[in-house]
Design a protein around this ligand. Structure first.
Ligand SMILES: [Fe+2]
Length: 134
């Protein structure tokens, strides 16, 4: 098992349902890293990448629902960050499926950096608000 990112208390945002999602997201990222490290078949990588991206899309909608329900003022900017990542990741996925781009640890490292930055900064602001208003 290749752990490119480990969940720990520093990633906890104080909103249990969001923390749960983030744990699952990190587990899927580690699964992708493991498959790459073990040189798994391309068909396997396709499935693992699809799982990661569809879970990510579900999780973003989950956060967006919470932000809307509790009228978080930073909703639009946060949603745009989600949309930008989905667009970038989907375009990578299409190139990978077309055989135009390889799935490497560099790709996983980029995803990891994005998750860390997003969770520690953007999500932290949202969670601080939700803790007060939920
Ligand atoms: Fe977010």
């Amino acid at each position: 098992m290749t752990e490119i990112l480990q969940w720990d208390a520093s990633l906890s945002l104080g909103v249990a349902e969001i923390d749960e999602d983030h744990r699952k997201l990190i587990a899927l990222l580690n699964e992708l890293a493991t498959h790459i490290a073990e040189h798994q078949a391309r068909e396997e990588l396709i499935v693992v990448l699809e799982n990661l991206l569809s879970y990510t899309a579900w999780h973003f909608r989950h956060e967006e629902r919470l932000m809307q329900t509790y009228r978080f003022p930073g909703y639009m900017a946060h949603k745009r960050e989600h949309a930008d990542l989905v667009q970038e990741a989907t375009s990578f996925q299409q190139k990978f499926l077309a055989g135009e781009q390889d799935m490497t640890m560099d790709v996983v490292a980029l995803l990891k950096d994005w998750v860390l930055h997003h969770v520690l900064q953007t999500d932290r602001q949202m969670a601080a608000y939700l803790v007060e208003h939920m």
